[in-house]
Design a protein around this ligand. Structure first.
Ligand code: TYD
Ligand code: MG
Length: 448
C-alpha cells in the first residue's frame, strides 16, 4: 500500500519541507519551493542472498566499453566517448545549440540511436536534419513525453544510445505533478538510469538552464547522472564551448570548442589561431597569454583598458577572468609597481569569449593593465606566462613545454616565464626564453 502526501521541494537544491517557505534554508534561494505530490511507500525489509557482495578483484579484467561520437571535441570532453550504461546530462541556455550537437553526434555515432523529442515535432527534427545534412539509417526518432511509453519503446527497439530532448518534458503518469517539476525530473532520470545500467545503453539527456545558470530542476539531478556537461557561448560570438562539470569517467578540465555555422556546428581543432585572429599591431593594453585548458594549450589575447575615473568609485569590469583575482592583481600592481590605479577604471577582457581560471594567466593580465596605463604597447611576437604572488614574485606554472611548443608553432619569437620553470626545460631551442622572477623584472623586459 502506498499513500500520497503533499510536500514542498526547493527547485534549486532539492530540499524538502512540509510547509511552504519563502526562502530555502539550505541554498538561500527565494521563491524556489514548488508544491509536489510525493508517493509514500510502506517500508519492507529486503531479503539478501549470501552471494550479495563480490570481491573487488573479480573486476580486475573488466574494461569499460565506450561508444565514440566520432566528434573529436565531444569525445575528448567525455573522456574518450560515451561509456556504456552511463547517463550524460548536457545543459545550456535555450538556442545555444544543444539539439544541434546531439543530432550531429547521433549521425556520426557508429551505433543504433533512438532520439526522443518532447519539445519539437518530428517535422522540425527532420528540417534540422536536412539543414545539417544528416541522414542515417541508424537514427530512429520518436516524439514522446510519457516515460513508460519511452521505456517500452527502448525495450522493443534495443538502441545503443538514447537521446532525450529534454528531461524537462518527460513525465511519469503515476505522479500527479506536471512535467519539469522536481519529482518528475528526479524520478524519470532515476528510472532511465536504472534501465540504462541494466540494458547497457548510454543516455544523453538534455537539460535546460535557469536564469542563474544552473541546470533547471534540482541540483540532485547532477548527483544522479554520471557526467554533467555545459554547452555555453556568448551571444555575440559564434564559438560554443563544451565544458565538463562532473565526469565519473574522465577529467573535468577538458573543454571542447565548436563554431556554429549555417549548416551546424564544426569543430575548432586549433583554438589559438582563432582567438588571436583579429589582433592589431602596436596596440596598447594587448598581451598574449599561453594557457592550458585540460590537456590542450590555448594561446589567447588579454585586453585591458585603463581610463581615469571621473566619478567617485572607479569601475572594474572583467569578462572571462575572476573578478576577485583581478582586484588582487590590481592591488599588487599598485603596491609593488607603484601604478596609481585607485583613481582609474579598469576593464579586462579575454578574446573569443573564453573563460580562464588558471593563475598562469596572471602575468598577462598585469602586463596588459600596465601597458594600457603607461600607453606603451607590447611587441606582437611575445607571449607571457606566470602566476603573480602577493609580493610581486612570479610563481612556477605547470605544463610549460606545451605552452612553449604552441607559442613556437604559431610563430611567436619570445616567451617570458617564471624562473622556477627554467630549470630542466625542454624547448629552449624553439623560442627565445626569458626567465623572470618578479613582476617588476617582467614589466622591465616588456616595456623597455
Ligand atoms: P538548437 O540546437 O535548437 O539549440 P537548443 O537545442 O540548445 O535550444 O540551436 C538553435 C540555434 O542554433 C538557433 O538560434 C539557430 C542556430 N543554428 C545555426 O546557426 N545553424 C544550424 O545549422 C542550426 C541547426 C542551428
Ligand atoms: Mg533544443
Amino acid at each position: 500500500m502506498s499513500k500520497s502526501r503533499i510536500k514542498y521541494i526547493c527547485t534549486n537544491c532539492g530540499h524538502e519541507s512540509l510547509k511552504w517557505l519563502g526562502k530555502c534554508p539550505v541554498c538561500d534561494e527565494w521563491n524556489s519551493f514548488s508544491e509536489e505530490v510525493v508517493e509514500m511507500k510502506k517500508s519492507s525489509r529486503s531479503v539478501i542472498k549470501d552471494s550479495y557482495s563480490v570481491q573487488l578483484k573479480d573486476f580486475e579484467n573488466y574494461e569499460e566499453v565506450r561508444i565514440k561520437t566520432n566528434i573529436n571535441e565531444f569525445d575528448r570532453v567525455l573522456g574518450g566517448g560515451l561509456v556504456k550504461g552511463s547517463i550524460v546530462l548536457i545543459g545550456g541556455d535555450p538556442g545555444i545549440g544543444k539539439s544541434t550537437l546531439v543530432l550531429q553526434a547521433a549521425s556520426s555515432i557508429n551505433a543504433k540511436v533512438l532520439y526522443i523529442t518532447g519539445e519539437e515535432s518530428l517535422q522540425q527534427i527532420n528540417l534540422r536534419a536536412k539543414r545539417l545534412n544528416v541522414s542515417s539509417d541508424k537514427i530512429f526518432v520518436i516524439a514522446e513525453t510519457d516515460l513508460d511509453t519511452i521505456l517500452s519503446v527502448i525495450e522493443k527497439s534495443t538502441p545503443e544510445v538514447v537521446i532525450i530532448d529534454s528531461v524537462q518534458t518527460v513525465s511519469k503518469s503515476v505522479f500527479d505533478n506536471a512535467p519539469g517539476t522536481v519529482t518528475q525530473i528526479r524520478e524519470c532520470t532515476i528510472a532511465l538510469m536504472q534501465t540504462a545500467k541494466l540494458k547497457g545503453f548510454s543516455v544523453m539527456l538534455i537539460g535546460h538552464v535557469t536564469k542563474e545558470g544552473y541546470i533547471a530542476g534540482p541540483k540532485v539531478l547532477e548527483h544522479i547522472v554520471d557526467t554533467v556537461l555545459q554547452f555555453e557561448g556568448e551571444k555575440n560570438y559564434s564559438y560554443r564551448i563544451l565544458r565538463s562539470q562532473k565526469n565519473r569517467f574522465g577529467s573535468t578540465n577538458e573543454i571542447g570548442i565548436f563554431e556554429m555555422h549555417d549548416s551546424g556546428l564544426s569543430e575548432v581543432n586549433n583554438p589559438s589561431e582563432i582567438f588571436l585572429h583579429d589582433r592589431g599591431e602596436n596596440i596598447t593594453g594587448s598581451v598574449v597569454a599561453a594557457t592550458v585548458e585540460g590537456t590542450r594549450p590555448v594561446l589567447l589575447e588579454v585586453q585591458a583598458l585603463v581610463t581615469p575615473s571621473n566619478y567617485g568609485n572607479p569601475q572594474r569590469v572583467v569578462t572571462g577572468f575572476d573578478y576577485r583575482r583581478l582586484s588582487i592583481l590590481l592591488a599588487v600592481l599598485e603596491k609593488r609597481m607603484k601604478l596609481r590605479l585607485s583613481a582609474q577604471n579598469v576593464f579586462v577582457n579575454l578574446s573569443g569569449g573564453l573563460k580562464v581560471d588558471e593563475p598562469a594567466i596572471d602575468l598577462a593580465v598585469c602586463s596588459a593593465v600596465a601597458s594600457s596605463f603607461w600607453e606603451k604597447s607590447v611587441r606582437k611576437d611575445v607571449v607571457v606566462v606566470g602566476e603573480v604572488g602577493l609580493s610581486g614574485e612570479l610563481r612556477t606554472v605547470a605544463n610549460t613545454e606545451k605552452r612553449i611548443k604552441e607559442s613556437a608553432k604559431l610563430g611567436f619569437r619570445k616567451i617570458l616565464m617564471p624562473k622556477g620553470n627554467y630549470k630542466n626545460i625542454i624547448g629552449k631551442d624553439l623560442i627565445e626564453l626569458h626567465p623572470v622572477d618578479t613582476l617588476g623584472a617582467a614589466l622591465k623586459i616588456l616595456f623597455e
